[in-house]
Write a protein that binds this ligand. Structure first.
Ligand code: ATP
Ligand code: MG
Ligand code: FE
Length: 336
């Protein structure tokens, strides 16, 4: 039985898993309402809220699963990437529990957790596959060769996809987090209304760049406002989202062909985006590729995905010692 703890950003979460893929509980306490008034996550507030919530959330996870701490075999915890103060709350809690219970501690990379959400969603999914990770702070195209073995084809050179969604949403005046709101508005808008740039970078590059697109949207909004022209938010949302999705779909399909895999997997908060899911599904079908993605609850931050990653790391012989520390800029595939 795995107990997993996730506190890297603004969700305090704890989960209990059996054999790595069977989720007995996955309790998520979101701080979104706390941060909304500031238009984004305030790190100091996040840390304090985690401290208040973490014990309660763990107890809820145990109760919901119908187990006690004595039933736990190992503890998985996110130690990076994320906000240092937020990560430290989970790491300290996990270390204290592992020490008190005298059971192994497994430090987990949060991004690896996002990938593993797919193993929970689809019990039959096995590597190799190509994974597009699109979250609030990261954008990676990764060839998952085996459990825990990653070959990074490309990553963003500036903004992450989720970050671009959130910044554009803020500029339109839509509130936080912007991704889900843009997704909803885009369904009612015309994606061909405004021509925003698609940045593909060098030929054969699997890297991404979204800051130019973000600036183009901000410039458009400013110029319309200056001219006193009414902004049709649905059209801006749809046109922006289409520009993002076009690039993501193109590079992902090319990556799958290059790596000769037959399944594509989505991960991270933006994997919840309906436009991305639809367009990638169409393109994958055309190429005879299978597309998989987690349910919405498993796309955004949760401890179940961390528990799954911890299980596979533990099974491969990896454990952390009690010197485990938070690593805010931890890279995918890196273990510290
Ligand atoms: P990271 O995982 O990179 O450390 P994070 O944990 O903050 O960052 P996630 O929880 O994976 O990020 O995802 C949150 C992001 O997903 C936010 O940027 C949010 O706007 C975006 N998001 C959530 N739902 C949608 C959606 N339906 N469409 C687009 N973006 C979305
Ligand atoms: Mg979050
Ligand atoms: Fe995340």
């Amino acid at each position: 039985m795995t107990l997993a703890i996730e506190t890297s950003c603004d969700e305090t979460s704890a989960a209990i898993l059996k054999n790595g893929r069977e989720v007995l509980s996955n309790v998520i306490s979101s701080q979104i309402d706390e941060h909304k008034k500031f238009g984004g996550v305030v790190p100091e507030v996040a840390s304090r809220k985690h401290v208040e919530n973490v014990d309660v959330v763990i107890q809820e996870a145990l109760d919901e699963a119908g187990v006690t701490l004595q039933d736990i075999d190992h503890i998985g915890v996110t130690y990076g990437p994320g906000l240092v103060g937020a990560l430290l709350v989970g790491v300290s809690t996990a270390k204290a529990l592992a020490y008190a219970l005298n059971i192994p501690l497994v430090g987990v990379n949060h991004i690896e957790g996002h990938i593993c959400a797919n193993y929970i969603e689809d019990k039959n999914l096995v590597p190799p596959f190509l994974c597009l990770i699109v979250s609030g702070g990261h954008t990676y195209l990764v060839h998952v060769k085996d459990y825990g073995t990653y070959d990074i084809l490309g990553k963003t050179r500036d903004d992450a996809v989720g970050e671009a969604f959130d910044k554009v949403a803020r500029a339109i005046g839509l509130g936080y987090p912007g991704g889900p709101i843009i997704d909803k508005l885009a369904k009612k808008g015309n994606k061909d209304a405004i021509k925003f740039p698609r940045v593909y970078l060098e030929q054969d590059s699997f890297d991404f760049s979204f800051s130019g697109l973000k600036s183009a949207v901000l410039n458009y909004l400013n110029s319309q406002r200056q001219k006193g022209i009414e902004i049709i938010v649905e059209d801006v949302a749809a046109s922006f989202q289409a520009a993002v999705v076009d690039v993501l779909v193109h590079k992902t399909i090319e990556g799958a062909k290059k790596k000769k895999v037959d399944s594509i997997v989505l991960a991270g908060g933006v994997a919840a985006n309906s436009g991305l899911r639809e367009e990638l599904q169409k393109a994958a079908k055309k190429e005879g590729l299978t597309l998989k993605y987690p349910s919405i609850k498993l796309c955004t931050d949760n401890a179940a995905m961390i528990g799954c990653a911890a299980y596979y790391a533990y099974k491969s012989g990896f454990t952390s010692d009690l010197y485990l520390n938070a690593v805010p800029n931890l890279k995918l595939g890196e273990r510290k």
